[in-house]
Design a protein around this ligand. Structure first.
Ligand code: ADP
Ligand code: MG
Length: 443
């Protein structure tokens, strides 16, 4: 492996001699779908002891990335970076199709190494930093689209944070006046990308393997007939999550064949809906999974909710579904089928499931996953009522329940407001910073 890495570095320096002139490239420090990232230091400082050297992260983009994409990533770094925990760029070098971004380096560990031992104060600082970074990005009308621990680097020793990787970022642009509606924004579609591994997708039409049937089943309903939906036959969650069973059991279209055990010829013939789905499996919000085209910065807020709940539950990855329909089934388990169906209807989609789920109490779930004693939760005794922990109107002072593993109720309340299925009701980064968990208490 070391030899292969050294060969890659030699090859890169050969293709980009300017890089070799300015920097000493030491080793590979990261690899994503679209880049390799190396640790570098300035050559003129070569004699300095390593503690005094200036270190840089040198991101080499794979040559198949669309030039418009690269330009957009660079613009994001230039326009927004260098402040509020958002990565900046020091230098960009190019020769033919070899392009590198030179950025400040931040030492960091894998999220999985510390996800289980962050306490409430550390989590508060971490989430504050993430919200401050997102508030900045969103104030530029940009959706990051790939918020996840691998792109929010955390130097635990020095309490430094950096939001990196604008490779999937998208700019919001206003809808034309005559079609303007809530929310008043539309995505600029990203240029198509030739490199897709099914986990992280760039192009709006990229789909993970086996997603063809999903696209058919998620046919757009021009006028959703939610109220006339026939109650589908019940099925277990396991059945919903089975890839073979999913196309039958979860669908989002308004045809009479919905939930009837197959897709009719008319639906087969309909073009699949197109909406941006760039992002990473397990971090996609309902509006992306439901192929809603008018996505907003709320996409990033959902992903930050997934990061938060990962820490609260000490589980990473938190969601494990490998395709969009299974992911919807996972969300139905957590949020409740009705809440997800209401959101689908509000977004012009019809979600049909073969079994109803009431939704889970986040605090109880996290306690269970951590093996901690379950917190008292009066609301779960109410038949078919959504748990308070997932209620948007949750007020921390209303519940004097004990904390879970030292995390206060307010932390769970924030998670519930970030994992709000309806993107229009989800908290913004600025609002999250005013939330009791982040605005008050602790350091
Ligand atoms: P990709 O688009 O390929 O995912 P990223 O920009 O996310 O590329 O970088 C991939 C990995 O490289 C990151 O997850 C991180 O581990 C490492 N990395 C990126 N930027 C930096 C940086 N400024 N400092 C330290 N490590 C970095
Ligand atoms: Mg990345």
């Amino acid at each position: 492996k070391d030899n292969a890495e050294k060969r890659q570095i030699v090859e890169l320096l050969h293709k980009l001699p300017r890089l070799d002139e300015i920097f000493e490239v030491h080793r590979k420090i990261g690899e994503g779908t679209f880049s390799s990232v190396y640790l570098g230091s300035l050559r003129q400082h070569a004699e300095l002891p390593s503690s005094e050297k200036r270190w840089f992260a040198i991101k080499h983009l794979v040559p198949t990335v669309h030039p418009a994409r690269i330009e957009h990533e660079l613009r994001c770094l230039q326009d927004m970076g260098g402040k509020d925990h958002v990565i900046g760029v020091e230098l960009c070098l190019r020769h033919l199709d070899t392009i590198v971004f030179v950025m400040p380096y931040i030492p960091h560990r894998k999220f999985s190494e510390y996800v289980g031992d962050m306490d409430a104060n550390e989590l508060r600082r971490y989430m504050r930093a993430l919200m401050i970074a997102l508030r900045r990005v969103h104030s530029f009308g940009v959706i990051h689209r790939d918020v996840k621990p691998g792109n929010f680097l955390y130097d635990r020793e020095n309490q430094r944070y950096l939001l990196v990787d604008f490779g999937l970022a998208q700019r919001l642009c206003p809808l034309p006046i005559e079609t303007r509606q809530e929310p008043a924004s539309l995505l600029v579609p990203p240029p198509a990308h030739t490199n897709s591994n099914g986990k992280r997708n760039r192009s709006e039409s990229d789909s993970p393997p086996g997603a063809k049937r999903v696209a058919l089943d998620l046919t757009v309903a021009a006028k959703p007939k939610v109220t006339t939906a026939a109650a589908p036959a019940p099925a277990s969650a396991a059945e919903i999550q089975s890839p073979r069973a999913t196309p039958r059991n979860v669908s989002a279209y308004a045809c009479a064949c919905a939930g009837a055990g197959g897709v009719c010829a008319a639906c087969e013939a309909r073009p699949p809906p197109r909406a941006a789905r760039a992002g990473t499996q397990g971090f996609r919000p309902p509006e992306v999974l439901l192929k809603y085209p008018h996505q907003t910065t709320a996409v990033d807020m959902w992903a930050s909710g997934v990061v938060l709940v990962s820490v609260l539950s000490a589980r990473y990855p938190f969601f494990r579904a490998s395709d969009d329909v299974s992911a919807l089934a996972e969300l139905a388990d957590l949020l409740g089928t009705q809440a997800l169906q209401r959101t689908a209807a509000a977004l012009g989609r019809r979600l049909v499931t073969s079994s109803g789920r009431r939704g889970l109490c986040l605090r109880k779930l996290c306690a269970w996953l951590r093996g901690a004693p379950p917190p008292p939760c009066t609301h779960s005794r109410l038949p078919r009522a959504p748990c308070l922990c997932l209620d948007g109107n949750f007020k921390p002072q209303e519940v004097r329940a004990g904390s879970v593993a030292g995390f206060p109720d307010a932390a769970f309340a924030l998670a519930a407001r970030l994992l709000e299925p309806d993107p229009r009701a989800r908290l913004s980064a600025a609002e999250a910073l005013r939330h009791p968990f982040l605005a008050t208490g602790g350091e």
